[in-house]
Design a protein around this ligand. Structure first.
Ligand SMILES: Nc1ncnc2c1ncn2[C@@H]1O[C@H](COP(=O)(O)OP(=O)(O)OP(=O)(O)O)[C@@H](O)[C@H]1O
Ligand SMILES: [Mg+2]
Length: 584
């Protein structure tokens, strides 16, 4: 309830207006049979035609008012639901931006998509239907039963009994169905995961001839969903039939008892019509409401899933400190004078891991210098980059950015000063220019061309449209090497104090790799550069090489020093020399 109230707060006036239209509509709907009864009674007792015409005009006005309120109510409801849907989606999106990778993984990409699209849609639909179909029910019951009691006590009790019976049964069904809907929603998540895997991994599936296996997996997920959905629908079909039977029994009882009462002179003939209509209206509304109630348990589950996201305390708490100065890229290369980033005894363990991924890591990156990290796969190189961008928080030690602990400064400010090329080159759908502007929204054409040229991406010139050449989602219409170079260009378009290249040269041939590093040296000489690499040739000229071995630093120094002092580095170097020799 709190959840809905939180999002309803900005729409208080609209809610009140909807409620008023509902109440007027209900009263008008009940007045119509009352006026009909009156007309019949006048006619039966031989009253004047004028009196009947008068009642007819009154009935027309009441019907017009009821129709008008219904129309206004629907329009307000549609606006209300669209507004609330938008607000919830924005809230979920804003929250997800605060999440670290670990927070995000807790939900999973597929589930986050289902939550943001499907779950909020269900809440929105349920909300509109609930207001239009369920909220009028209590008013309808109260007004209808009151009108029935006014005519005859027994009739009042009859309608009250039938209403209570259907309501209690409906509550029982809804409580049983909610468990099924909970399962249904998790099956939906599962379907999303399997479908996404199948669509994105279609080439791998074909290459390994796994079509049959995947079809089986899909069938199982679809069947699980279908079985639960059929179960839930069966429950509601039972409820529907019961309500219809109750309406009919109630009408028969009214006609029987009413007939006797008319015979005994305690009721007028027109009153039977009125009471029958009250009963039909009330039970009809309950039947309609239960069709909507089918959505309610589902919406409650969806609401809970959205709340899980909104109430999640992000692993990373944003710092309040500000970095006042902009990225210093034009200053002199004060070699050795300023540590842009320094790791002090940093240890890190993933939330779901049994042991530390990084242990006692200490090093620094200085302005004007190139620092390199080398090590085997899984030694923790990318984790170092993720820690300094604060995608995760250290579990021991601290990381300083320009002498500020990165936990004390806002993530926005921190990332504003760092330019990062992730290990997996990811481009956004749009044009090459759009992607470059992602790094620097104000980049001029000249700046973009310069960044492309430094990143050895001159191939863009030959593309149809040049800077406006089309980029598919993820950059899949480019080769791995081209993607890497474009993502390097994107990082270079941004002015930063620190440039981080996470294994960004691996898909480049040796010649391009060398040309790119040479161009980089000139282009970003006033910033600190951190290169993570697997190939010794990429980092051979670095000012400081950090050798990572199973999350620990095995050695720090220049190439020649490490060859003498660090056995791990020597091993890597020798294996690559041999590989190179064999390859020749
Ligand atoms: N999200 C995660 N949850 C748990 N463990 C993780 C996670 N990401 C990485 N790891 C583990 O942390 C270790 C270091 O991973 P990292 O990605 O830093 O390696 P790397 O040195 O960059 O390897 P590569 O050269 O293959 O890119 C690995 O053993 C990996 O299994
Ligand atoms: Mg890596």
């Amino acid at each position: 309830m709190k959840f809905i109230l939180r999002f309803l707060r900005p729409y208080k006036i609209k809610c009140m207006a909807v409620l008023i239209t509902i109440i007027i509509d209900v009263i008008c709907s009940m007045l119509v049979p009352t006026i009909t009864a009156d007309m019949i009674n006048i006619a039966v007792s031989g009253g004047s035609i004028d009196a009947i015409i008068q009642r007819g005009i009154l009935m027309l006005l009441v019907s017009l008012l009821s129709g008008g309120c219904m129309l206004a109510g629907s329009w307000l409801c549609a606006k209300l639901s669209a507004g609330i849907g938008k607000d919830i989606r924005n809230a979920v999106y804003d929250k997800s931006l605060e999440f670290s990778s670990a927070d995000f993984e807790e939900f999973g990409t597929a589930s986050m998509i289902t939550r943001t699209l499907n779950d909020i849609n269900v809440i929105q639909q349920a909300f509109v239907m609930f207001i239009q179909m369920v909220i009028p029910v209590p008013f309808m019951c109260v007004v209808g039963i009151f009108f029935a009691f006014r005519i005859n006590r027994n009739m009042g009790f009859l309608i009250l009994g039938a209403t209570l019976f259907v309501l209690i049964f409906a509550m029982f069904i809804v409580s049983r169905a909610s468990r099924i809907f909970e399962k249904l929603q998790s099956f939906l998540d599962r379907m999303n995961v399997v479908l996404r895997e199948n669509i994105t991994g279609v080439r791998v599936i074909r290459a390994f001839n796994k079509e049959k296996h995947e079809t089986g997996r899909m069938k199982k997920t679809f069947t699980d969903y279908a079985v639960s959905a059929i179960h839930a629908n069966r429950l509601f079909a039972g409820l529907d039939s019961l309500a219809m039977v109750t309406i009919n029994i109630c009408v028969v009882a009214i006609l029987y008892l009413g007939g006797n009462n008319v015979g005994a002179g305690t009721m007028k003939i027109g009153d039977i019509t009125a009471v029958t209509e009250y009963a039909i209206w009330i039970l009809f509304y309950i039947v309609m409401a239960q069709m909507v109630i089918i959505l309610v348990p589902r919406a409650i589950i969806c609401k809970r899933r959205i709340e899980e996201v909104l109430l999640k305390t992000p692993e990373i708490k944003d710092g309040t400190g500000r970095l006042k100065d902009k990225a210093n890229v034009s200053g002199k290369a004060g070699i050795g004078d300023c540590d842009v980033i320094s790791f002090e005894n940093v240890s890190f363990r993933f939330a779901d891991a049994d042991e530390d991924t990084l242990r006692e890591i200490s090093f620094c990156c200085k302005r004007g210098e190139t620092t390199a990290i080398i090590g085997g796969t899984g030694s923790g190189k990318s984790t170092v980059a993720k820690l300094l961008l604060r995608f995760h928080d250290v579990t021991g030690g601290r990381i300083l950015f320009k002498n500020h602990d990165i936990r004390d400064i806002s993530q926005h400010d921190l990332r504003e000063h760092i330019s990062y090329v992730p290990q997996k080159a990811w481009l956004f759908s749009g044009t090459v220019a759009d992607n470059l502007k992602y790094g620097n929204s104000g980049a001029t054409k000249e700046e973009m061309i310069r960044a492309l040229s430094t990143a050895q991406s001159d191939f863009v010139k030959d593309l149809k449209g040049g800077l406006d050449a089309y980029v598919a989602q993820g950059g899949t219409n480019y080769s791995g090497g081209q993607r890497q170079r474009l993502s390097i260009a994107r990082a270079l378009a941004k002015k930063a104090d620190l440039y981080v290249f996470d294994d960004s040269f691996s898909a480049l041939d040796f010649k391009t790799d060398a040309a790119l590093r040479h161009a980089l040296e000139k282009e970003i000489k006033n910033s600190a550069v951190l290169i993570i690499a697997q190939r010794i040739s990429t980092i051979i000229h670095a000012d400081r090489i950090i050798v990572l071995d199973d999350g620990k630093i095995a050695g720090i120094g220049r190439h020649e020093e490490l060859l003498k002092s660090c056995p791990v580095y020597r091993d890597i170097s020798e294996s690559q020399m041999k590989g190179g020799a064999n390859g020749r």
